[in-house]
Design a protein around this ligand. Structure first.
Ligand SMILES: [Ca+2]
Ligand SMILES: [Ca+2]
Ligand SMILES: [Ca+2]
Ligand SMILES: [Ca+2]
Length: 261
């Protein structure tokens, strides 16, 4: 925000084009000794120590009823991974695009946004941050860097799945309104993650108390193969020219989480 203000004062950027920022939205994530089992059942002791965070901020589409969509989530961590539990009420589950890389945001998807070094900034076609869309088949897709200058000139984005980052399992609760209980283990990679098969992959980060990261969670709700109807998350995103759906482009709109003991 300070950076943007400085640019405005310098007359370099009109206020209407200012990047949104939610890094002022800051919260703590507690450590657990025993990792939760990723099985879609929220009976792990690990979840007892974390508070729920509501997913009540509409970022795209039209507002709806709690029966159509409502959600909340919590996070905990161990030195090896970040763990996510989401409880999603959704009346109809839809996977209208069987190819996990085709229009994955138009199917029901749990989308987490992670910026390992809380740098903020553009990440649409880079690994400065991740916008992982976890589909109903538990695979997770995002846009990586362009594979070549030719692809970039053509706007031919590179999309892949990230099994090395995301382990996911969900199932419906047995109690009305039968929310989806979604558990995810996130291996945290930084901006040195790459797709070059000729060199070893960057090591994932070891997590420790005091570490600060950018994070946001949202849900793409489709109730028919026609596509996404609304997109709710946990962070108030300031609109840019009326558009709050900025998370997949700008890591500056994520909240700031601090890992604590
Ligand atoms: Ca579990
Ligand atoms: Ca729905
Ligand atoms: Ca970053
Ligand atoms: Ca749905």
């Amino acid at each position: 925000m300070r950076h943007w203000r400085a640019l405005v004062l310098a007359g370099l950027l009109a206020p209407a084009a200012a990047p949104a920022t939610a890094l002022a939205d800051a919260w703590d994530v507690g450590r657990v000794d025993a990792a939760p089992a990723i099985d879609g059942v929220a009976d792990d002791a690990a979840w007892d120590r974390a508070e729920w965070r509501p997913m009540d901020q509409l970022m795209w589409g039209v507002a709806t009823t709690p029966e159509d969509f409502s959600g909340r989530y919590k996070l905990v961590w161990t030195p090896e991974k970040l763990y996510l539990l989401a409880e999603i009420t959704d009346d109809v589950l839809v996977d209208g695009h069987p190819d996990p890389l085709e229009r994955y945001w138009e199917d029901d998807a749990l989308e987490f946004f992670l910026d390992e070094d809380a740098s903020g900034g553009d990440h649409l076609t880079s690994y400065n941050a991740f916008a992982q869309h976890i589909s109903l088949d538990n695979q997770s897709a995002d846009i990586g860097p362009y594979r070549s200058a030719e692809d970039e000139a053509l706007g031919q984005r590179y999309v892949r799945t990230y099994p090395e980052m995301v382990e996911s399992r969900w199932q419906r609760s047995g109690t009305s309104p039968y929310p989806v209980v979604w558990e995810v283990a996130i291996t945290v990679f930084g901006d040195d993650f790459h797709d070059d098969p000729n060199r070893p992959q960057a090591a994932p980060r070891t997590l420790e108390a005091g570490k600060v990261m950018g994070f946001m969670l949202a849900y793409c709700d489709a109730d028919s193969p026609a596509g996404r109807e609304h997109f709710y998350g946990d962070v108030v995103v300031e609109p840019v020219e009326g558009d709050r759906n900025r998370g997949y482009i700008d890591a500056g709109v994520f909240a700031r989480i601090t890992l604590v003991e």
